[in-house]
Ligand binder design. Sequence first.
Ligand code: ATP
Length: 363
Amino acid sequence: MAEIRIEGLTRTFGDVRAVDDISLEVADGDFLVLLGPSGCGKTTLLRMIAGLLEPSEGRILLGERDITHLPARQRDLAMVFQSYALYPHLSVERNIGFPLRAARVPRAEIRRRVREVAGQLELDHLLARRPRELSGGQRQRVALGRALVRDPQAFLMDEPLSNLDAKLRTATRTELTALHRRLGRTFVYVTHDQVEAMSMATRVALLSGGRVEQVGTPTEVYDTPASVFVAGFLGAPPMNLLAARIEADGPMLTVQAPGLRLPLWPGTAPDRDVTLGLRPESLRRIPAGDATARDHPGVEIEGVVTAIENLGSEEVAWCDVHGQPVALRGPRPIGLAVGDRTRLGVDPARVHLFDRASGRRLT
Ligand code: ATP
C-alpha cells in the first residue's frame, strides 16, 4: 500500500514557518496536487516527503512504515524535478537505467526494463541520444522514465511541466493523466498552475502560508470553496468578491451588497459583515429592455463596462459595480462595449457567502 500520511508536519527556516502543522492523507492510487501561490510551502512539503529535507516537527508514514527520518534512497519514492536533473554526458538509455545500475540490478534486467519504460513513453528511437540533443518535452519524458524504471510506490513531482511551451504542456498533461490511470500508483504533484491541478488531480490540496486551506476533488474546491482564499485563487478570472452585509429585512434575511439585495437561505444570523462571492460565469447579462428580472427585484446588479477581454471562444466584460470590480464571462461576442451600462442577473442559488473577518465559508 502506498498510502501517504502526513501528521502535524512543520518546517521552519529561521522565523519562517514554510510548512506549518500540516496533516494530510494521500490515499493509495490518488493523484494529489499541492496547489498554491509562490512561497506557500508546496516544495518544502514535497521535499520532506521525498526525504530531501528534515522536518522540524511531525511524522510521515508510507503505508504502515514511519519514514520521517529514513534516507531518501530507502523510501521507495521517485522524484521528478522541474529541471529534469538529467546527466548531460549520459545517453537517454543510461540516464533512464541509472537508478537500476546504482541498485546493482543485473545488466540484462536493466536493459529489459529500460526498453519497456522507453516504449511506454515513446522514447525507443531516442535511446542513444544525449540530453542536449532532445527537446524539452523529450527531456521531461526521460526524467519521468528514470522515475518509472524503479517501479516505486509513489511518484513525487515538482512542477515537471513548467519548462514546456503551452502546447506541449497540454499534451503532457493528458499523457500524465493517462500514465497515472495505467499505473494506478500514488502521485503527489506540486504546481501553482490551477489548470494543471484541475485537469489532472483526483484531489487538490490548496496551500496558503504553509497551511492547508482546503482538500477536495477539483469539483469540490471549485464549487464549494472553503474560504475566500480558495474562491479567489481558482477560476479565470477568479470569483468576484464583494463586501456585503446580512441584515434582517422584515421577516426575511437579506444580503446587502452595493446595489444588490438577495433573499438569504435560513439559518444565517443577521447583522454580520460578509464577503459575497459570484463566479464570473454564473452572472447573466440582462439585455436592456428585458423584463424577466422584474419578478425578482434586487436579484440583479448594475455596472458600467470598463474593459473587454477576448479569450477566444469566450469574452470577459469587466464592470464597475458601485466602485467594486466585477467580471462577467460568457460566449463571445458577449454583446457589450466599454462604457456600456449593463444589468447583471444573479442566481441566488449560485451565490457564495464567507464570513468577512475569518474568510471562512458560511452555510
Ligand atoms: P514556489 O512555487 O515559488 O516554488 P513554494 O510554494 O514551493 O513556492 P517553498 O519553496 O516551499 O514555496 O517556500 C516556502 C517558504 O519557505 C518561502 O517563504 C521560502 O522563502 C521559504 N524557504 C524555502 N526554502 C528555504 C531555505 N532553504 N531557507 C530559507 N527559507 C526558505
